[in-house]
Design a protein around this ligand. Structure first.
Ligand SMILES: Cc1cc2nc3c(=O)[nH]c(=O)nc-3n(C[C@H](O)[C@H](O)[C@H](O)COP(=O)(O)OP(=O)(O)OC[C@H]3O[C@@H](n4cnc5c(N)ncnc54)[C@H](O)[C@@H]3O)c2cc1C
Length: 409
């Protein structure tokens, strides 16, 4: 493992840092997450994205012809490290820029690339991912939303769920069934969906923290122009895999949440009996445990970085990062809320760090589901890293129409 920047990387880091110091609107040292429903916060993010785009810092790894910088993966990591000192890591463009843009670049037509990539990069048009359905989450290829041809168009009926940012997205990437007689992965197509089309109904889902960052989305005879098909008819699974591989790569190897240093700081600033929580041997033992596990995760992440810097592509072992980081983040947030005793139940401006740990605690279960649940990641590690036998797949080789469901058999 090599932890130090090369001279070129150090120069790149200095350039990034100096631009950020001159231009980043406001430091957010607590790592508080912005509310995804607040229109003002959305606008603020869009302004920041446009500023970055105009200076060539919007999406570093994208090719220059689409407004990117053509930077390598390590430069992108350096930029993210530097930007995270100023901004929260959650951003409303990550689905578009990290997952859907690369899918359009790989499988889209020249007209689709020309129409969509630049407004996406500048944050002018926000995108959402319409994959999961009530009966198709981990097994997304089991989706039932259907598109049937009608003249040059397609007509879509069905339902998606857990669509992050559906309510402020201008466009969506939709996977839908176009051939129910084919085996399940083979009868799917991938579409660009205008979220302002007649027949789309968006119903926000209330979360435990009172927010509503994601929604159910219903399609009632929604017309999709034929030119919005990405890739070929019934070849949508290949495009969906491109999206999902980019999602996995973007999740990275880090503790989800505010991090162990912030937790130590909280203990240092929490008054307990005659001193602070940090003076308590039991607290120190827990903090030491969190610290060791966090560092293990960080150094495992450096292993991947070193591999990337030598030109390797990250493999399925990347799943380990989220599998360890998401539960660890949840445990640390739970401990932080306990440390605050009765005040742990207080949220908002009156709470320590304006309730950042409470927000992290309430958001932490979601981190164990989004982008692959713990169990699915364990399956990936078992089958693709350890080489254990694969799960039984009872529907293998069966036409989708013939697969039994709870409702019809
Ligand atoms: C914060 C957040 C944001 C999201 N944003 C989006 C979005 O923008 N767009 C989108 O399309 N989706 C989104 N999702 C949905 C997400 O992709 C799904 O929640 C995820 O794929 C799991 O699917 P599910 O919820 O249907 O659970 P299911 O797949 O029904 O799983 C239920 C339980 O069964 C377990 N399980 C399932 N299959 C197996 C198996 N083969 N072996 C062992 N155990 C198994 C799971 O681990 C889980 O515990 C989001 C989810 C969250 C939490």
């Amino acid at each position: 493992m090599d932890f130090t920047d090369t001279p070129e990387e150090a120069a790149f880091r200095a350039e990034a840092r100096s631009w950020l110091e001159a231009n980043a609107p406001q430091a957010q040292p607590t790592g508080r997450l912005m509310s995804m429903e607040d229109p003002e916060a959305v606008k603020e993010q869009q302004d920041w994205q446009a500023l970055k785009a105009d200076a060539g810092w919007a999406c570093l790894t994208w090719p220059e012809e689409y407004g990117g910088r053509g930077a390598n993966a390590i430069q992108n990591v350096i930029w993210n490290q530097e930007e995270s000192r100023f901004r929260t890591r959650v951003n409303i463009f990550s689905i578009g820029l990290g997952m859907l843009g690369p899918t359009i670049m790989t499988h889209g037509t020249e007209a689709q690339k020309a129409r969509h990539l630049r407004p996406m990069l500048r944050g002018e048009e926000i995108w959402c991912q319409l994959f999961s359905e009530p009966g198709a989450g981990s097994d997304v290829a089991g989706l039932r939303t259907q598109c049937v041809p009608d003249g040059d168009d397609w007509v879509c009926n069905g339902q998606k769920i857990w669509t992050s940012g559906a309510h402020y997205s201008r466009w969506g990437a939709l996977v839908a069934r176009t051939d129910p007689d084919a085996v399940k992965h083979a009868g799917i197509s991938y579409f660009i969906l205008d979220m302002e089309s007649p027949g789309i109904e968006i119903r926000p889902i209330q979360q435990i923290d009172g927010g509503a960052g994601f929604s159910e989305v219903f399609f009632n005879d929604v017309r999709i122009p034929g030119e919005n098909l990405v890739g070929s008819i019934n070849d949508g699974w290949r495009c969906a895999i491109t999206t999902l591989m980019n999602e996995r790569a973007s999740l990275g190897t880090s503790v989800q949440g505010l991090g162990v240093e912030a937790l130590i700081e909280l203990a240092r600033n929490t008054n307990w009996q005659d001193g602070t929580a940090l003076d308590d041997p039991g607290v120190r033992r827990r903090l030491a445990d969190f610290f060791i596990r966090s560092k293990g995760l960080q150094y495992t992440g450096y292993r991947s970085l070193t591999a990337i810097s030598r030109g390797a592509t990250p493999g399925p072992e990347g799943s380990i990062g989220k599998l360890v980081g998401a539960p660890l983040g949840q445990e640390m947030a739970s401990f932080a809320v306990d440390l605050q005793e009765e005040s742990g139940a207080v949220r908002g401006a009156d709470a320590a760090l304006e309730g950042a740990w409470q927000a992290s605690y309430m958001g932490s279960p979601a981190m164990r589901l989004a982008g692959g649940t713990d169990e699915i990641l364990r399956n990936i590690v078992a089958e693709r890293v350890l080489g254990l036998p694969s799960e039984m797949r009872a529907d293998k080789g069966m036409a989708f129409r013939e697969i039994p469901t709870g409702s019809d058999r």
